[in-house]
Design a protein. Sequence first.
Length: 136
Amino acid sequence: MSFRLNQINPVDIHSCWPLVKEGLFVVKKRADSDKWIPEDVYHHIKAGISFLYLGFDENEYAGFLVLTPKRDQYTNELFLHVWIAYSKNKSIYEYAEEQVKRIARDIGASCISFGSPRLGWKKRYKVKSVNYEVPL
């Protein structure tokens, strides 16, 4: 199996936006506590705040990742945040983890972070997100 991520240049976002926007609606429905709308994501990518990567498995579109470099508010340490992950079938992050780690190292990040509305105390409380960190 051959899986790859292709970074989309912000000037080329129009060519793939309908596909991405469709996936954003799926993600938004699953993570209903997130306040963003597709236009926010578009703006972040177009402005260079976040980066869009399309995933391909055996040359077939498999999903996308929106990655955002951030700094820790206390230490100023750089980390790479997986803001949005969408996959058609299996977890795109699991397929792309090594490539995401390489991207993080290339920008000088010390770790990768991502949130999830899954797990936790969901039987007793409303879970907004669970945060994870992957050291590099």
